[in-house]
Design a protein around this ligand. Structure first.
Ligand code: NAD
Ligand code: TYD
Length: 349
């Protein structure tokens, strides 16, 4: 791989992936980051990378659904590998307004696949980043494996499932060299504060209510974002073409336990002035419609085939995450106030 097209590189996981590949691996080629900068895309996440890596990092503002823009990027940069993160990613938004999820996650992926097919003579790999949510919901027992049936329950997971099927079909039908990864819930630096962990950290720091859906008994399998990015890179280097790999943290927690831990850690690191527990900010609110009860990943395939396993424990990962948000008040301020969006508008008008 010499010229990797990363889609959605200004989002949470894409940002960490671009940083990881350029800073922490022996990759010596070029990363071309294509992102259309929705509310979730923040190019400021990578300004230091832009200065440090010169021509080895390029950013292009484009929609993955724009055929001519994407095709010209394939031509101009001799793209030989794709790592596809770009998506609408928030379940709650998909419930309120599913349209963008269909456009980006399904039609956008289809457009990328079509262009990749046109350049398949030089394409080494199309890696598609997906979610465990395509498998639906578990009750208290069992795990999702790569052979679990697809049973998506939200417009978000249904759109990701559709994209997974399209990617697989391009392997079966056209021989496009693809890999797919289905990962559990990520957390870590740069995550947009609409998702559970950063939302709770920042609300708790501001003494705002911590809205826990339903009774807080829904279970998620948490994975530190660096572990996810390392897994994707291992798949890109050595994954079997046409294969799916499940990636998980072996770290199941009920939401209420996750929120309690965030409160307790914050109380240790930065106690409130009156030393009271932040747990008193927890507020149980109306449940999310169609709320999946439990996700849990069986990741033995990637462990056995590629030698990957998660390195970060939830305790250390959560502490690193909390410290990152505490150490980046400017980032938080610009994201919470929407200032980064104004900057984007100025830059790209
Ligand atoms: P994110 O919402 O933080 O970032 C998505 C990025 O895609 C943003 O930078 C956004 O601007 C960009 N984007 C959106 N629509 C686009 C379009 N039409 N054209 C170009 N760029 C577009 O999401 P994330 O949490 O970083 O997730 C990245 C990928 O990983 C997604 O495909 C998601 O389904 C998958 N995933 C996420 C998690 C998780 O816990 N966050 C878990 C498993 C899988
Ligand atoms: P989220 O971070 O939105 O990820 P996903 O829905 O993709 O799993 O939510 C994680 C869990 O936390 C999920 O069970 C919903 C719950 N949740 C809350 O209880 N309150 C909140 O404010 C949010 C955003 C999520």
């Amino acid at each position: 791989m010499k010229n990797i097209l990363v889609t959605g590189g200004c989002g949470f996981i894409g940002t960490v992936f671009v940083r990881y590949v350029l800073q922490d691996t022996d990759f010596s080629g070029r990363v071309i980051n294509v992102d259309n900068l929705t509310y979730a895309g923040n190019p400021e996440n990578l300004t230091d990378i832009e200065s440090a890596f010169g021509e080895r990092y390029e950013f292009m503002k484009a929609d993955i659904g724009d055929s001519s823009a994407i095709e010209s990027i394939f031509q101009r940069y001799n793209i030989d590998a794709v790592c596809h993160f770009a998506a609408e990613s928030h379940v709650d938004r998909s419930i309120v307004a599913p349209d963008a999820f269909i456009q980006t996650n399904i039609c956008g992926t289809f457009n990328l696949l079509e262009i990749a097919r046109r350049y398949s003579d030089r394409l080494i790999l199309f890696h598609h980043v997906s979610t465990d949510e395509v498998y639906g919901s578990l009750d208290s027992g069992g795990f999702f494996t790569e052979d679990s049936a697809y049973r998506p329950n939200s417009p978000y997971s249904a759109s990701k499932a559709a994209a997974d099927h399209l990617v697989r079909s391009y392997w079966k039908t056209y021989g496009l060299p693809v890999t797919i990864s289905n990962c559990s819930n990520n957390y870590g630096p740069f995550q947009f504060p609409e998702k559970l962990i950063p939302l709770m950290i920042l609300n708790a720091l501001d003494d705002k209510p911590l809205p826990v859906y339903g009774e807080g008994q829904n279970v998620r399998d948490w994975l530190y974002v660096d572990d996810h990015c390392r897994a994707i890179w291992e798949i890109m280097k050595a994954g079997t073409r046409g294969a799916t790999y499940n990636i998980g943290g072996r770290c199941e927690l009920a939401n209420i336990d996750t929120v309690n831990r965030i409160c307790d850690l914050l109380d240790d690191i930065q106690p409130r002035s009156d030393r009271s527990s932040r747990r008193d900010l927890i507020t149980f609110v109306r449940d999310r419609p169609g709320h999946d009860l439990r996700y849990a990943i069986d990741c033995r395939k990637i462990e056995m085939e590629l030698g990957w396993s998660p390195r970060e424990s939830f305790e250390t990962g959560l502490e690193k995450t909390i410290r990152w948000y505490l150490d980046h008040p400017q980032w938080v301020k610009r994201v919470q106030s929407g200032e980064y969006l104004k900057w984007v508008e100025e830059q790209y008008k």
